[in-house]
Design a protein. Structure first.
Lengths: 676, 174, 313
């Protein structure tokens, strides 16, 4: 059964890639590619579900492939299976959506062939990352995932900015790979590289080496996940990629960083000292807050969403950090709570961020712009997209009864448990983390009022927005699936939480906590500390929403409704130029956090030559300087450039010089061989 | 801070009875209470529109909301949007620039609604009659329920006008 | 079964009390201005009048504008079923804790802000922007105040907090509780649009926060939004009253205890109403960009509340 599903997954992705590569002119290539990808993702999802439901891992070893590195070893345990489900759940809607979305590339401004091949290979590589059971397989698939996604990012390579974004992404992801290589070499300690051996061997490593491995893995996987300060590629690569690819990269791929961290820190290393957790928690809190603060200042819809990915990865890391802290103190039930919060937010983020990116893609598809200041009024022209985007916005703002609330609640509760620790330094840091998390969620709500309100409501701000049209059916279906997932995951934590408890059982010595957390249709923090039931709240809200108009009718409230002009204090006409813009909406927060943003303002007023009481034109420019670019990356890039300039002298272009280099190196090598 | 509250306590209520006509007004209020309750309840929201007045009437209207006249005791409050209003209080002759805004304000007010025009100018254009900038009295632009004469009328007169308007409408509906 | 009856009673009671509370605060303020003022029951008249008027909807507005008032009102009612107004613990206590209460109220705020943007006027956008700014900055204080409360009571569920405090009265006067109370009081001013954050009686659009978003609403929609706002005031007052000073809240469902609970609730709300009125008489409205400083103070208070409850544990 499992083998069949596995083979179907491989075959379907392979089919999708082959169709894209070889397909002739007569075929509807976009549709076949999507069919392959969706089938593969569905099979992967089913495989993950079977593994979790049965608790039996699926294993496959092909030792003939590169025997020196241990061969290709595949094994799917419940943790990997959960991430495989996340991949499947994100990929099916993205593939369906992509069938309609990539039609726009048929005019030839991007290679549909390359997109189709890479899309399927990308999904395949991601799926196999979760299955990898030795270092060789893992790193091979990890790099495969990075490379294919790089090609997906530069799909629209005719634009220079896309290529630049691709460079950032490639550089960051390979810096991360270098760290991971170092971590795994240390972890292998000269052994075979099979994960079971690493698990056994990790106990014998000295604490210093274990710490080093952890830090390398944290930053290696962190660069993929997009934690601050390694997040700089997200706001560049996500907007550049086609929207369904952005949805996958943001919703799914960066989650594999979370997977890798859990696999190495919790499973292979078996947990560590308290400061590991504290470091993860701190990075998470900083990422969450910085992510949302920069998102607020962003008026490019897809960049805004990319910064929100940084925020949500931060929230996931807060959960994981809390889990690691409790794990190190032996408070296993609380540790599970933290990890569950993190994992729950992982799948939630995959659904609502995927949905939002697809929605942004529909807007881009309809208006040709990502700039929110040129949108507006889309709710009337694209009613379905607007509804789905609204659901996604409410979910990411953690509004009950949608899914963002359920997981943030779990993260909050796990932090609350932290005050039970007998360590004052942790207990004093945790309230700060709580404050940062709460501020993050409040600011996220503000940001999504902006994102939805400015893009979809009021009057259209440009001709393109005025003539926007609803997206084709395949795109709407893709969004509808994810919107339903947001609602379902929000209402059903009572089913999801025990499932996650099962996923975590046994990892790093965590107990099976399935019965502890749920009670009928509600979710409970350990020891009855707190309890909520989003399902009943959802039902209650629904009943009240129906009841209020009914009672108003019974009480004979006036039901007359007249449509008139907007009240504009009596002015003659209303135009879109009178509306609040995204910039003005975010202005109060820009002033509140001015210390961080360091906004640069430039005001040019062109006066009439006769009198300065008459103004001919006013130009207002304002920019914020991202902190990490300023203090970290600019100096780094300058340094690299300076070193490169020095190195360039070596490359003089003269053949004689190169011959001399070769001769010198040969002599040196011979001498070295003689002496050592 | 204690000084402030000591002063508040020492001053006591300053809201005055409405002069010699008080009995009449109280009676009117009671009457309106009974009749107009079905229509606008005992809650009347007023939107003030200055259609071009010299602001003399505005000063009197401001007095209406102060502690001495305290229109709030009759359930009358001034609101910030015609959408919230039940009654438009229009002052001044209607100037050319204010014609459209006045009409728009009237359209923006949900039914049932009333219009009270305050001051001589609103009825006759007063000293501004014949000016090139003035198009005429308020009732040339929107239907007026009650005119309150005076240049400017006293707050008590305005109050009486408002109550009379209520009375008139409830009488019509009765 | 009786429990569910009391849930309903509690919801209806909150609906009935809310306008009265708002009217009472207005009346006390009028008296402090040496005016006679409208009687405390004035808001009931206003509601009845608004429900009888027609609605005007802007031609620019979408379905969201007409949907938002129901969400605001329904989410506020949902919260009244979770908050222990007269009795604790109630059968719905396990459905939502304090975090649920806060985020349900945020749901209403979210839709109100969107409705403000929907008609496309400058004032609507201005109100939405300011409201979300204040709401976001108030959020950390609320979360920490909840933590301060939960630490003492061992739960974030409201019923548990009430019963634990009743069982262990010394907790109520612990420094952590007092600091959390102060923090939550400041947040109450911000969240319910009272001075010095927002002036509920202002007519000047440029200084508005809450009012600016609803300038476009009329008739029954306005009534729902106003009622929802008054409910929010009642909810925050009840949280302040019954979580920190829970005496009077019925723990059994017998009639005498419930009568006492209703009476004590009204007395507590009245006391808080007088306090708010005095504060509003005393302070001037802050500039918008001074509000974060005020909320910063409340955050520090809440932080101290949590740390002190931890240190003194």
């Amino acid at each position: 059964m499992m083998t069949v599903l596995f083979l179907v997954m491989i075959a379907a992705y392979g089919f999708g890639a082959c169709v894209a590569l070889l397909g002739g002119a007569g075929l509807d290539r976009a549709r076949l590619v999507a069919a392959g990808a969706a089938t593969g993702a569905g099979a992967g999802l089913a495989l993950g579900a079977v593994v979790i439901a049965s608790g039996q891992p699926f294993a496959l070893l092909i030792p003939e492939l590169l025997p020196i590195a241990g061969g290709l070893a595949l094994r799917l345990d419940p943790l990997g299976a959960f991430f495989l489900i996340v991949i499947g759940a994100g990929a099916i809607p993205a593939a369906i959506y992509g069938a309609g979305y990539s039609k726009a590339y048929e005019d030839g401004h991007a290679s549909l062939r390359l997109l189709g091949v890479m899309f399927n290979l990308f999904l395949l590589a991601m799926s196999l990352v979760t299955l990898a059971d030795n270092v060789f397989t893992f790193l091979l698939m990890w790099e495969g995932m990075s490379l294919t996604s790089y090609f997906l990012v530069i799909t629209e390579s005719s634009e220079d900015s896309t290529l630049r974004s691709g460079n950032w992404y490639a550089a960051m992801t390979h810096a991360g790979l270098a760290l991971l290589l170092a971590a795994f070499v240390l972890l292998m300690n000269g052994g075979t590289g099979a994960f079971s051996d690493l698990r056994a061997g990790a106990v014998t490593l000295s604490p210093e080496v274990r710490n080093l491995i952890f830090v390398l893995a944290l930053f290696g996987f962190g660069s993929k996940a997009g934690i601050v300060p390694l997040h700089v590629w997200l706001p560049r690569a996500h907007p550049a990629a086609p929207s369904h690819v952005s949805a996958l990269m943001s919703g799914v791929m960066i989650k594999l960083g979370v997977y890798g961290l859990l696999r190495v820190a919790l499973d292979l290393l078996g947990g560590g000292p308290t400061w590991w957790g504290a470091l993860v928690l701190g990075l998470g809190a900083v990422s969450a807050l910085f992510g949302v603060l920069y998102a607020l200042m962003e008026h490019d819809l897809k960049r805004l969403l990319a910064y929100h990915s940084v925020e949500n990865i931060g929230i996931i890391f807060i959960g994981l950090g809390a889990g690691l802290i409790f794990h190190s103190s032996g408070l296993m039930t609380l540790a599970v709570l933290g990890f569950i919060g993190g994992l729950y937010h992982t799948i939630n983020h995959a659904s609502f961020k995927g949905l939002l990116f697809l929605g942004a893609g529909s807007v881009l598809h309809a208006t040709g712009t990502r700039n929110m200041e040129e949108m507006g009024g889309l709710i009337k022209r694209m009613p379905w997209t607007a509804l789905f985007f609204l659901i996604g916005s409410a979910a990411i703002s953690a509004l009950p009864p949608l899914n963002g609330f359920a997981s943030e609640w779990l993260v909050f509760q796990s932090l609350l448990g932290g005050l039970a620790l007998p360590m004052p330094e942790i207990a004093l840091a945790i309230p700060i983390a709580v404050g940062m998390l709460a501020l993050t969620s409040g600011l996220a709500a503000a940001c999504f009022v902006k994102a939805f309100g400015i893009s979809f409501l009021a009057l259209p701000r440009s001709r393109e927005a005025e003539h926007a049209h609803e997206s084709p059916l395949s795109m709407r279906v893709g969004m509808a699936i994810l919107a339903l997932a947001c609602v379902a995951l929000g209402l059903a934590p009572f089913a999801v939480v025990p499932m996650l408890g099962g996923v975590l059982a046994g990892l790093g010595g965590l107990p099976d906590t399935r019965p502890v957390f749920t009670l009928d249709l509600s979710v409970q923090a350990p020891a009855g500390f707190a309890q909520i039931s989003p399902a009943w709240i959802g039902v209650g809200l629904f009943v009240l929403l129906a009841l209020v108009p009914l009672v108003m009718r019974l009480a004979r409230a006036n039901r007359k409704l007249r449509v008139g002009d907007t009240w504009g204090c009596g002015r003659i006409g209303q135009t879109a130029r009178m509306e609040y813009t995204a910039t003005s909406f975010a202005e109060p927060l820009r002033r509140v956090f001015a210390e961080l943003y360091r906004p640069a303002k430039e005001l040019t007023i062109d006066f009439h030559p006769e009198s300065k009481y008459f103004v001919q034109s006013i130009e207002y420019k304002s920019e914020i300087m991202p902190l990490f670019e300023r203090v970290l990356y600019d100096p780094l890039l300058r340094l690299v450039r300076r070193v490169s300039r020095q190195v360039r002298r070596v490359q003089a272009g003269s053949v004689h010089l190169y011959l001399m280099y070769i001769a010198v190196i040969l002599i040196l090598l011979l001498v070295a061989a003689r002496w050592f | 801070m204690p000084a402030l509250f000591r002063k508040i306590l020492q001053t006591g209520l300053v809201t005055e009875p409405l002069g010699p006509a008080e009995a009449e007004i109280v009676q009117l209020v009671a009457q309106v209470d009974r009749q107009a309750q079905r229509l606008l309840g005992r809650a009347l929201a007023i939107r003030e529109v200055d259609a071009g007045s010299c602001n003399g009437c505005e000063i009197e209207i401001t007095g209406l909301t102060g502690p001495v006249y305290d229109s709030e005791r009759f359930g009358i409050q001034f609101v910030a949007s015609p959408r919230h209003a039940d009654l438009l209080l229009v002052t001044g002759p209607v100037t050319r620039n204010m014609e459209v805004p006045l009409r728009k304000t009237y359209e923006a007010t949900p039914d049932p609604k009333l219009v009270v025009a305050v001051g001589d100018c609103a009825q006759t254009c007063g000293v501004f009659r014949g000016s090139y900038a003035v198009i005429g009295s308020v009732d040339k632009v929107i239907p007026v329920d009650v005119f309150v004469p005076g240049c400017p009328p006293e707050p008590a007169d305005i109050l009486r006008g408002i109550l009379a308007a209520l009375d008139r409408v409830s009488a019509q509906r009765a | 079964m009786t429990g569910y009856v009391f849930e309903m009673v509690q919801g209806v009671l909150a609906l009935l009390l809310a306008p009265g509370l708002a009217g009472f605060v207005r009346w006390v303020k009028a008296r402090l201005q040496n005016r006679r003022g409208a009687p405390p029951w004035q808001p009931y008249f206003e509601l009845r009048k608004l429900f009888g008027k027609e609605v005007i909807v802007s031609s620019n507005a979408s379905w969201l504008f007409r949907f938002a008032p129901y969400v605001i009102f329904a989410s506020a009612i949902a919260v009244t079923l979770l908050v222990p107004l007269i009795a604790a613990p109630l059968p719905f206590d396990g459905m939502g804790d304090l975090l649920m209460v806060v985020y349900l109220l945020l749901l209403g705020t979210f839709f109100l802000a969107l409705a403000g943007l929907d008609v496309g006027t400058a004032f609507g956008g201005m109100g939405a922007s300011r409201e979300m700014t204040v709401a976001a900055i108030a959020e950390p204080t609320i979360a920490l105040a909840i933590f301060g409360l939960a630490l003492g009571a061992g739960s974030t569920n409201l019923g548990r907090i009430v019963t634990q405090t009743l069982a262990n009265p010394a907790v109520a006067v612990s420094p952590g509780r007092l600091l959390a109370f102060a923090a939550l009081f400041i947040v109450t001013l911000a969240e319910t649009g009272r001075l010095p954050v927002d002036n509920p009686a202002t007519h000047l659009e440029l200084t508005m926060i809450h009012e600016a978003m609803i300038l476009e609403y009329s008739g029954r929609y306005l009534a729902l939004i106003e009622w929802g706002a008054w409910l929010k005031l009642t909810i925050f007052f009840t949280l302040l009253a019954n979580l920190f000073v829970p005496w009077g809240v019925a723990t059994t469902f017998d009639p005498a205890a419930l009568a006492l609970a209703v009476a004590s609730l009204i007395v507590k709300l009245a006391v808080l109403g007088v306090i708010i009125a005095v504060v509003e008489t005393r302070v001037a409205k802050l500039r918008l960009f001074r509000v974060p400083e005020l909320l910063g103070v409340s955050f520090v208070l809440a932080l101290l509340a949590v740390t002190s409850s931890f240190l003194l544990k």
